[in-house]
Each structure stands twice: as C-alpha cells, then as structure tokens.
Design a protein around this ligand. Structure first.
Ligand code: GLC
Ligand code: MG
Length: 545
C-alpha cells in the first residue's frame, strides 16, 4: 500500500537559538482579570472558536487502549485531561470512519460507521460526552470530495451505466472530459486523474489516489446525501467539521477550485451547520496562498480556513532570515478577508513534514514559528506532538506522510505509553529522549514553551479577536505586530536571524509602557514608537497596555 507522495510535501518542507528567558508572570501594574473565569465565558459564547486552541489528532497514533498497537477513541478519551492541562479547548479528529486505508482514512468506505480499529459508535459518544464535560469541543474530518472505491455508492455506480447511482461519480468514455475534471492530471498523487473501469467500460475521475473516486456534485442526489452525512454527525453531538479539500467539489475542464457551484454547496452546508448552534466549519483551502474565497460575506461560508501561506511555508523565511514573506502573507489576509473571517493558524499538519524537520532540527526556529502561530490574529491548531517537537519517523505504511504521523510519546517505557503492544507505525527518532514525561520535568523543553504560551492566551480575548497591526521595523530581519482590544495590548516581535537585532518600531501610541511577559529582548517605548532589541534567534511578547 506504500505510495510515493510528493507535491505538498516538497513545497512545504526544508527551508530554514532561543531557549529564551524563563517566562515571567503577567507583569503587575496592568489591569488584570480573573483569567480562568474569562476563559470559561469566552469558550461558552457563540464565538468560542475564535478564542479556542484546537489540537489536530491522528487517533491511530495518539493513544492505544487495548494493546493492539493502534490508537483508538478510548485511548484518546483517557488523554483529555492532558490536553486540557496543555491548554487545548477543541479537538479536530482526522478521519475516524470505516476505510480500506489507502489514504489513512481520507478514503471513506462508510460515512456513517466508525472505523472498528478505533472503536465503536458508543466509544465516540463517550469521547464526545467526556470532552463536553470538560468544556472541550470536538470536530471531525468531513471528506466529501471523494469516497473510497470500496464505498457502496461507488460499488453500485461502477456496476453498469444505468443503475440508480450511475451518475454519482464522474464518468467518461475517454481519460478526459470536455467540461469536467480540471485537466487530465491528478496533480496531487500521481499521473492520470482518470482510471479505466472494466465493468462500465469507462473511466472515472479521481483527483487523489485511484482508490478515491470523486463524487459528482452535479447530481442533486449526491448533494442531498452528503449534506445528510453532516447532519448525521451533528445530530450525534460533534461540534463541526474540518472540510477536506472542500474547494474541489465541482470542476470544469480548466478550473479546479471554488467554482460558483462549489460556493453554492458550501453555503448549503453552512446553513445545515447553522441549525446546530455553536457548530463550526473550517476549510482546507487547496490554493495554499489565499483563503479569502472560503469566507464568502464572512458569515455564510466557513468560520475558519487554514492559513497555509504561513503554515506550510514558514521554513523558507526562517531559512532565509527574512520576515518579508511572513509580513506579506499576514498583510494579505488582514487586507482581503471580510469581517468575520477567522484565520486557522498552523505550523504543520498530517500532510507536511514535522515542524522539527521544517525547522531543520533547530529548536529555536520551531519556537519562533509557533510564537507567531500562537499570537497572531486567529485560532491556532496545534498538530499532535508538535508540543514535544516530535521527531520524524522513517517507517511508511501508507506513504511518505507517515513520517509525520508517528505515535505520540508519553513516556520512556518501551511502548512509550502509547501502547503495550507493537505500534502500528514505528516511533520517530530520539523517542527515548523527547517524550512527555521527560519534557514535563524540563523547564526549558518545547513542552514547557507551549504550555507557557498557551497559558498566556487563556481567557485573553485579544489573541483571538483583537486587532492585529503589522509594525514597520525598518529591517527585514524582524517580524513584529501589535495586538489590541479595548482592554489590553501587546507587541510581539520575532527575530528571523541567529544574530542580535535592533529595530525601530515607528508607530506612535504603541502603548503606555512595555513589560516583557515571555521571551527575551527589550522594548523601550517613547512618544513616536519604540526601540526593540532581540537576541539572536530571539522572540518576545511585551504587554504595552
Ligand atoms: C487532504 C488531506 C490529505 C488527503 C487529501 C485527500 O489534503 O489533508 O491528507 O490525502 O485531502 O483526501
Ligand atoms: Mg487500539
């Protein structure tokens, strides 16, 4: 089943220290609130997702509960307190539905059945209850562009040209289509996007692996059936969906993404979700550099969309020591997004190299990248294990992406607390050194860094919804911005280089005075701006009001 996978991976990976001072408590002098109570209030409101910290979980690799070497829902439930302690408010579960596993579950064989490897529907219910009891939410991956070839819909569709589901997939007499299929290449996983099916004597279209035939959204029955899938899981208590390659539902011969008919479908999906108050949708945009199209008027499409322009490309600016690409991508979203749009901020995912690898093993790069992710305007999504700087593995069961999907490391025992059996995928490198138990004991660890930054976010609405203004620094080596709401304001500054930098932040009224709350460096405010000094590979958050 092992496949080669190239496109995204290569685009996102490899480009190119700051232990920092131990974090100070929030400085005295500034007005403070009861932050835990604030957090509870923010997370209870309809805007909860703007204030939440999400955590992406590969259930298969998170926690095994029964010794079969495969992570499962019960295992995940047993780790909710850990996640809560870390500062996580919501989980995104990668696909947990029945699948022949040609694409790690992104090939769904039954939209209504939990993958037995991961447990039962009761286990899911129990997980949802346990999460909700802790004030946490759970969203599921919703993979609607394609099904597995093993899905009963496709089995029926391919049987002949006249069955009831004959038009549920995209069929053609030739390996091309006059007004569909967006060219003839899959563009993502290999060569031709058309696969010959002997049963029908026709070709079917697949944007991804041949085992993942694309559904035909021109059929009203497909629209109805897939909206029904969303309803089904919302009825069971999930809090929304991460929508897999959702821009690709409709295609013409030349256009792949966000055709008007796709936009219409998304509006329908949003209307369904809006029937379940508090439920949310986050889009996986296919165009990696601009998610604007996914927000509609700011209230009728996605609540959030991943900001891949930063999340999948930060390795390059850190490698080059230049903040310019980071400034550009944030400036673009701040300018283009409609009111109401919310960035979903990542520095990695199950599709790209581990942050550790993107940072080329430089711990300070990983930290500085996370610094921006966790303090820029938006909702952060931490990929499981990122908080430990999980090292990549070398084992591949499905494809190259498995190197970023190795089992979580909870302790230094042979099964690393993940399993009492043999893990389905070998642990990553340095598993005996960088695991939770060790990092918890070490105040300079990556884990301690994440815990402290996430603590700083807690209850402070400014991080999720406050204004974000990019600051002129007079140098390309520093990325700096100002975050403010009615109650408080911060300056965040990140040095892209290994050398000490000084910069002039030329903006009046930055704040009242500067108190560093985390990181290293100094900020001296005056009437027309501030003088900033950051040590090599350093970063800092200063409260200024
Ligand atoms: C998305 C998923 C990826 C999957 C693909 C096809 O990009 O994140 O893992 O392979 O869609 O479903
Ligand atoms: Mg198991």
């Amino acid at each position: 089943m092992k496949r080669s996978f190239a496109a995204l991976w290569l685009a996102a990976a490899w480009a190119g220290g700051c232990g920092g001072d131990p974090p100070a408590a929030e400085p005295g002098g500034f007005a403070e609130k009861n932050w835990p109570a604030e957090a509870e209030a923010l997370l209870a409101g309809s805007d909860w997702y703007r204030h939440a910290v999400f955590y992406e979980v590969y259930v298969r690799s998170f926690q095994d509960s029964d010794g079969d070497g495969v992570g499962d829902l019960k295992g995940l439930e047993s780790r909710l307190d850990y996640l809560k302690e870390l500062g996580v408010d919501a989980l995104w579960l990668m696909p947990i539905l029945e699948t022949p596993f040609f694409d790690s579950g992104y090939d769904v064989a039954d939209y209504l059945a939990v993958n037995p490897d991961y447990g039962t529907e009761e286990d899911l219910e129990s997980l949802l209850d346990a999460a909700h009891a802790r004030g946490m939410r759970v969203i599921m991956d919703l993979v609607l562009n394609h099904t597995s070839a093993a899905h009963s819909w496709f089995v029926e569709s391919r049987a002949d040209r006249t069955n009831a589901k004959a038009d549920w997939y995209v069929w053609s007499d030739t390996p091309s289509h006059p007004d569909n299929g967006c060219g003839t290449q899959s563009g993502v996983f290999g060569d031709s996007a058309w696969e010959y099916d002997a049963g029908r004597g026709q070709y079917y279209f697949h944007r991804f692996y041949p085992e993942q035939p694309d559904l035909n959204y021109r059929s009203p029955a497909v629209v109805e059936a897939t909206l029904g899938v969303a309803r089904h899981w919302l009825d069971r208590g999930v809090d929304g969906f991460r929508c897999d390659v959702i821009g690709l539902l409709h295609e013409s011969a030349t256009e792949c993404e966000m055709l008007p008919a796709t936009v219409d479908y998304i509006r329908e999906l949003r209307a369904v979700v809006d029937e379940y108050p508090g439920s949310v949708l986050v889009a996986e945009p296919s165009k990696l550099t601009d998610a604007t199209a996914y927000f509609g008027d700011g209230a009728d499409m996605f609540h959030m969309a991943f900001h891949f322009g930063y999340g999948y490309f930060w390795g390059f600016p850190f490698g080059a020591g230049s903040a310019a690409p980071i400034t550009d991508t944030f400036a673009a979203s701040l300018e283009r997004f409609p009111v109401g749009a919310q960035d979903a901020l990542v520095i990695g995912s199950h599709d790209v190299a581990r942050a550790y690898a993107v940072a080329q093993g430089d711990d300070t790069r990983h930290r500085r990248a996370a610094w921006i992710q966790l303090t820029a305007r938006g909702t952060p999504y931490v990929y499981y294990g990122e908080e430990l700087a999980l090292r990549p593995g070398t084992d591949e069961v499905v494809d190259l992406r498995d190197t970023a999907r190795t089992p979580m490391l909870w302790d230094g025992t042979p099964g690393h607390g993940f399993t009492t059996g043999t893990p389905w995928l070998a642990f990553g490198a340095e598993a005996d050194t960088f695991h939770l138990a060790a990092e918890r004991e070490d105040p300079t660890s990556m884990w301690a860094f994440y815990r402290d930054l996430l603590r700083l976010r807690r209850g402070r609405a400014v991080w999720g919804t406050g204004e974000m203004e990019l600051l002129e620094t007079g140098t390309t080596t520093v990325f700096a911005f100002h975050r403010a709401d009615a109650f408080m304001a911060y300056v965040v500054a990140v040095n892209l280089t290994p050398d000490e930098v000084t910069a002039r932040l030329a903006r009046a009224d930055l704040g009242e005075r500067a108190e560093r709350v985390i990181g290293s460096g100094t900020l001296a405010l005056d009437a027309s701006g501030a003088d900033l000094v950051l040590p090599g590979a350093g970063a800092a958050v200063f409260r200024v009001r």
